[in-house]
Design a protein around this ligand. Sequence first.
Ligand code: RUQ
Ligand code: CUA
Length: 664
Amino acid sequence: MKRPLLTSLLLLGGAATVFLAINTMQGCRPRTAQAVVQGDAASKVYVKPGSYDEFYNFVSGGFSGQMSVYGIPSGRLLRNIPVFTEDAMSGYGFSEETKPMLMTTHGYVPWDDSHHPELSQTDGVPDGKWCFINGNNTPRIALVDLSTFRTRSIIEIPNCAGNHSSPFTTPNSEYVVAGTRFSIPMGTDAERDVPIESYRENFKGTVSFIHPEPGTGKMSIAFQIITPGMNFDLAHTGKLVSDGWFFFSCYNSEQAFSLLEVNASQRDKDFVMAVNWKKAEQYVKEGKGRKVPVQYRSNWYNDATHSAESNVVNEVVQLDPRELKDLIYFMPCPKSPHGCDVDPTGQYIVGSGKLAALIPVFEFKKIQAAIAKNDFDGDFLGIPVLKYESVIKGEVKKPGLGPLHTEFDGKGNAYTSFFVSSEIVKWSLETLEPVDRVPTYYSIGHLCIPGGDSKSPWGKYVIAYNKITKDRYLPTGPELAQSAQLFSIDGDKMELLLDFPTIGEPHYAQAIPADLVKSREVKFFDINKNQHPYVSKGEKETKVERKGKEVHVWMTSIRSHFTPDNIEGVKLGDEVYFHVTNLEQDWDVPHGFAIKGAANAELLIMPGETQTLKWIPDQVGVVPMYCTDFCSALHQEMQGYVRVSPANSNVPLKAETRSVDAGS
Ligand code: RUQ
Ligand code: CUA
């Protein structure tokens, strides 16, 4: 147990020791009386069989590229939504209809690293319509439609590398932002092919404002702001008094390009960047933006055709804040800030420096006053830097080690996660004094209060998302589960109620009262509105057709058979497309489709939907196919055969389902 060493490090103070601590203290375990769960904790998380949870919790899947959905307070896993990653269970990324969702300018990319779920908002409050999430690696933002719990659209972000500072929404989801983690050289091939050590001259950052179309959820890039070269980490929108502004944490103001661990930890302060996005909108309207050639893809899933489309866009509007006044300002922020969080009133902006021994709280009123008076401390690469003393309300002193993220309860309190000292600290926004602390097991990253980054949090619980679980669960080989921990915060003291394992590394998560989502659910797709080009709206419409080497099968499924279920005349060298329409019109009656030797996955087809599996037969014979989802008492009878003949065979192409009376 490293507590005494940690304490002495704290007493020594200074960022260098914090830095050392961060590098040596991973998984340090605090020991306090509150580690013991109170006797009545179980009853507070018990949701009796047949009852619903009070909240949905949308949790990032980290390097799984997915997003998982839990019920709170039970911690029950409800669903894993494939977003940036193929999912063999549902056929996402394997069916012909969903493949375009994962198209990028690098081709088909079936994985990403997703960190930050962000619920759409109306009037500054989560509305239960959509949940956005970022892809870090091949910079993308996805929009998950909460009426279907499916990924509706994915947009690629050009001039971005490591889409970490993303996707945070404005109060009416006019925009979600994408701030680049890495700065990079941009422009033509010649402008991009430069020595890495020319970082200072040639590397720039961008923050992009993405507009999701309210009706369809299609996304487009409204504009991009060019910034000095450094790293952007997180962001949050202003609200109420600060509506119209956005705040981004930036680190590596040292402009290091190698061994950032040391070289980007030199300066005492980096920045929070304040962006006046209403001003940016106005500049764009006035035509002050520059149209720059780029290439990115915007993908969208259409529920009418049950198919995704992927479109290439060739241009983006850029704003240069060195030419356009009042667009962005820097505020000094100690030291390598990570989280950048805005309180429910919109007045206070909290910057959490990973290497800082304090938390600065910026005050919007003071920021505005300082801007009005040109109260600057010089500039950083042409962008005015506001004086630190002029823009802070104050500092939370010695709150803990390694502050990362802050959420709010709507009752005047902030809750900050501390990775190194592995705890949540509750502090007062008024006095800036810590008022309570609880250990987390272990090394918390993000934390979540339902609505905790919005205007009106539902301040009943805080959930910790931990990086390390060590001894918390039964061991599972070299890799242990990451975890979430649920605490109640409706009393004066935070109280640990529950641990539950998560899938992939949870970064951020958001939660919302279940009622705001539940009432939106699509229960099945209306077959009469199905506009899929290969739909069969009844068994009479099923058929098989050859187009050269392609064989198309119009197929239906209904409890408990496929039509057709006997197909002959397929030959080696053919590509067979099974277009399967699920004819059911009832909730929760999917049918699956699988065929022996298929090199992709199954299909899982929802009622009223059509999905397509491509199959290239590679052996002569009679090949079985079947339904994978136990749909009725005769599910095991839901099967069929495809006869595959040699390439030169002249077996005629035919398809049928033989009824009992038809005889043989
Ligand atoms: S991060 S653990 Cu990728 Cu949001 Cu802070
Ligand atoms: Cu359809 Cu089992």
